[in-house]
Design a protein around this ligand. Sequence first.
Ligand SMILES: Nc1ncnc2c1ncn2[C@@H]1O[C@H](COP(=O)(O)OP(=O)(O)OP(=O)(O)O)[C@@H](O)[C@H]1O
Ligand SMILES: [Mg+2]
Length: 237
Amino acid sequence: MSAGSILEVTDLKCSIAGQQVVEKVTFSVPATGITAVLGRNGVGKTSTLRGILGLIHRRGEVRLAGERIDTLPTHKIVQRGVGYVPEDREVFAKLSVAENLALAERQKNPRREFVADLFPDLVARKDQPAGTLSGGQQQMVSVARALMNDNQLLLVDEPTKGLAPKIVTEVADALAEAAKTVPILLVEQNLDVVRRLATDAIVISGGRVVHTAPTLEILDDPELTQRLLGVHAETHA
Ligand SMILES: Nc1ncnc2c1ncn2[C@@H]1O[C@H](COP(=O)(O)OP(=O)(O)OP(=O)(O)O)[C@@H](O)[C@H]1O
Ligand SMILES: [Mg+2]
C-alpha cells in the first residue's frame, strides 16, 4: 500500500449481465479528506463504486487499509468499514426517519449524537415517514445512515443530484463536516461542490482512469474539463 492511502484499486474490471461496464480502473484514495470521481455520464462511475462493494461482478484487486477485499462478499466489506450512500438514496419510504437510521446501526455504540448534531432537521422530523421528505431531506437521511457507524471509508454517489441550490450547499456542508471523521470517495457532477470539497480528483473516460491530480489542476484547465467532462468549468479567480 502506498503511504497514506486507505483504498487501492488496481485493474478493476466490472460487468453487469455479462456486459463490461468498467474496463480497467486503477487509482488510490488518500486516508483523509474527499477524493472526487469525475467523468461524463455513463463512463462507469457508479459501477466503479458498486464493483468496490462487490455489488456487481468484478475482477482485479481492491485493498482496504492494505488488505484484499475484492474476494469478500458485500456484507463482509461493509463490516470492514466501507459505508455507501447510493445514487438513488434508497431510503425506506414507509419507515420513519428514526427507523431508517436505526436500521443502519451496525455497532454497539452508533454515532447518534454526531449524526443528530450534523442533521438537526432530521431530529425534528424523526417520526415522519421518509417517503414524505423532500429530496434533500432524503439525501440527508441517506448520508446520516452511512455516518452512524465508524467506517474506514465512505463511497458517496452524486449526493447533490436534482437538489435545489440551497440544499446542495447544505448537503455539501454535511459532507465537509463528515470528512473530518472519515475519508470519502465522492462521485459528483456539480463542479462547484467538487471544487469546494475535494482535494484530489480522478477522471474516468473510456472505462479507465485517464487523469489523477489535485482537483484545481483539473478544474482550472478549461481544455481538460471540456475534453474529459464535456463541460465548461467556471474559472474562479
Ligand atoms: N443494470 C444495468 N444493466 C446494463 N447496463 C448497465 C446497467 N447499469 C449501468 N449500465 C451501463 O454501464 C455503463 C456505466 O454505467 P454507470 O451507471 O456506472 O455510469 P455513471 O458514470 O455512474 O453514469 P451517470 O453519470 O449517468 O451516473 C453505462 O454504459 C450503462 O449504460
Ligand atoms: Mg452514476
